[in-house]
Structures are given as structure tokens and as C-alpha cells.
Design a protein around this ligand. Structure first.
Ligand code: EPU
Length: 302
């Protein structure tokens, strides 16, 4: 979808929002898949209510983009524009055991920055790509921890109320790869309370997680991490592997040889290829195990 009306473009610019026309979503997603649209880069949280009112008034659909690392975007000309937060400087401010982090901050860099100031707890998240906002929305986790455990306060744009609100940690429920945020809530910033640990101890924990990850996941390849959530008490990766499906492909969409719940873009995979591989695997697992796997990857269809 394109923003072409000069009056609308002038109003967007007046809000301090940067218009980037004709971007390819394949450059904004770790899978390297996705069609074309316009992007609006938001520099000030406070401009969001006005911007969304403007888009509504002009009947323009939109999506909020985080780091694009858990996302499968449709092919071709996309029927919505994309909104993204610009990363402010600084994006992490520490006060005692509290880290105030902008949603646009890179997750891995945030974990390392906190570690350098003797704040730990998030060692498992070091190799998880994406932004802090994206991790928060889906309650990202690995190696026995999840970000939700450390959340004390969230600043978000609530589409239902058309306003920026602050929620306390206990007003939000964080479950396995799921939160109580509404699908159209936009994460803006978070306050984390992190345990004090020495830098040495944190780095040791990070090293162990990195080694485990390197040994079991296809880190150098284009992927969206795990495609499916694990069903209660089981591992989607193990089930797909047991069915002998590693290496199964549709076009350039391929099940990783290293970890069967990672589907990689081995060249020029389209969203259509990837979606058909996902559907095929879901059916095969259901037939064999009677379990219908749920997507972990978020799909934005064209
Ligand atoms: N396994 C296989 N074959 C495979 C993959 C896994 O037999 O191809 C077996 C492993 O040997 C192990 C078990 O399945 O016995 C579990 O595998 P793993 O430890 O890799 O964990 P997982 O359940 O597949 C989860 C998360 C990962 C996270 C790791 C480490 C989900 C869907 N996945 O994977 O998160 O990094 O644990 O904590 O919850 C992600 O969310 O995108 C993600 C990568």
C-alpha cells in the first residue's frame, strides 16, 4: 500500500514521522521473505495517536513491525503500510536494579549492556534476534527463562483506547510464547527488574547458552527461529525430526538439517513456498501424532 496523497504526506511529516516509500519486507525480516510497501518510521512515541488517527481517517491499514525476526510476510504488493519505531539514543537507562528499555532496542545488545552493569537474569535470551518490544509481545524465552518474569511496567499504545497507557507487570499475563496484550497494542517501552550478578558470572551463563544454541540451531541461515510452538510436554522439533522430514523443501523453503523446527530460506523462497511447507508439516504431524501444531511464527499475509 502506498502513501501518495500530498496532503496526507505533509501531515505525516508534520508529526515528525519519516516516510520511506517502496521498501521490500524481505530486507526487514530475518527470513528474507516479503513483498513491497511503504514504511513510516516513528521518532517520538507521542506522535502515535495522531498518526493512527490520520491513517484511520484515510482508510489506510497498517502493521507494527518490531525486529522482523519471528515474522513471515506475504509476497507482492502488500495491502497495508508498516509502522516502526526508530531506536532512540540512549535506548537503555539503568537505575539500581531497574532497566528502562525502549521497545526498539536490540534484545541481544540490551542483555549485554545490562550484564556490563552487573545486571543478569536474561542470559538465555542472548542469541534471540529481534527487538525488546518484539520479545515482550510474545514473551520470548529460552533455556529456562522468559522475559515476562522481569517485567515491572510497560508503556504501550492501546489501539482500543487510542491512547498511550502504562501497565504494571501484574496487570499483564505472561505465558509460554503468549501474552495478554491485544494484537493491535504497540509496545513502546518496558521497565525490567533484574537481579544483581557479577559480569563474570553473567558472561559464563551467556557462553553456555551460546554453545548450546550453536550446537543445535542453524544460526548462519535465514530463518524465523522456531516455526511452531511446542505442544504441552512435547517438542515440535523432535516430532518433525522423528518423521524424517529434515531437508524437506518447497522451492527454496526448507526444513533445516540441524533443527527440524527451523525452516530456512535457502535462496529465494517465497511466502507461498514457506506457507505450503508449514501446512504440509502441520498435516503430517497431526496424522502421525494427533497433535495440531500452532504457529509460533507470526504470518502477515498479502
Ligand atoms: N530435537 C530433535 N531433533 C531436532 C530438534 C530437536 O530430536 O531437529 C530434540 C532435542 O534433541 C531435544 C528436544 O528435541 O531433546 C528439544 O530440543 P531443543 O532443546 O532444541 O528445544 P526446542 O524445544 O526444540 C525450545 C525453543 C527454542 C529455544 C530452545 C532452547 C520453542 C518452540 N522453541 O526449542 O526457541 O531456543 O528451546 O531453550 O519453544 C524460538 O522460540 O524461536 C526458539 C528457537
Amino acid at each position: 500500500m502506498r502513501l501518495e496523497d500530498p496532503k496526507l504526506l505533509a501531515s505525516v511529516a508534520k508529526l515528525g514521522v519519516e516516510h520511506q516509500p517502496g521498501i521490500s519486507m524481505s530486507e526487514y525480516t530475518s527470513l528474507g521473505i516479503g513483498g513491497t510497501t511503504d514504511l513510516l518510521l516513528i521518532r517520538k512515541h507521542e506522535s502515535i495517536p495522531g498518526l493512527l488517527q490520520l491513517l484511520d481517517d484515510n482508510s489506510m491499514s497498517h502493521k507494527f513491525l518490531g525486529g522482523g525476526s519471528n515474522l513471515l510476510v506475504g509476497d507482492g504488493e502488500l495491502p497495508w503500510i508498516v509502522l516502526q519505531l526508530a531506536r532512540p539514543e540512549p535506548d537503555v537507562v539503568l537505575k539500581g536494579n531497574f532497566a528502562h528499555v525502549d521497545a526498539a532496542a536490540d534484545l541481544g545488545r540490551t542483555v549485554t549492556y545490562c550484564a556490563k552493569h552487573d545486571l543478569g537474569g536474561m542470559e538465555g535470551l542472548i542469541g534471540v534476534p529481534g527487538t525488546v518490544g518484539g520479545a515482550l509481545r510474545m514473551n520470548a524465552g529460552a533455556y529456562g527463562m522468559q522475559i515476562g518474569s522481569y517485567v515491572r511496567e510497560v508503556k504501550l499504545y492501546r489501539a482500543a483506547a487510542r491512547a498511550i497507557e502504562i501497565l504494571k507487570g501484574d496487570q499483564i499475563s505472561f505465558e509460554y510464547r503468549h501474552t495478554s496484550f491485544a494484537p493491535d497494542d504497540m509496545m513502546l517501552a518496558v521497565t525490567l527488574e533484574l537481579p544483581s550478578k557479577s559480569y563474570q558470572e553473567i558472561i559464563q551463563g551467556i557462553r553456555i547458552c551460546n554453545e548450546k544454541r550453536r550446537a543445535s540451531q542453524p544460526l548462519g541461515q535465514k530463518s524465523a527461529g522456531c516455526i511452531f510452538k511446542n505442544p504441552p510436554g512435547a517438542s515440535a522439533g523432535r516430532m518433525i525430526d522423528e518423521l524424517g522430514l529434515k531437508g524437506l523443501s518447497v522451492g527454496d523453503a526448507r526444513i533445516s538439517d540441524r533443527h527440524a523446527n527451523f525452516f530456512v530460506n535457502a535462496g529465494k523462497a517465497s511466502a507461498k513456498d514457506m506457507l505450503s511447507l508449514i501446512a504440509d508439516v502441520r498435516d503430517r504431524v497431526e496424522k502421525a501424532y494427533g497433535v495440531r501444531l500452532e504457529n509460533e511464527v507470526v504470518v502477515w499475509n498479502a
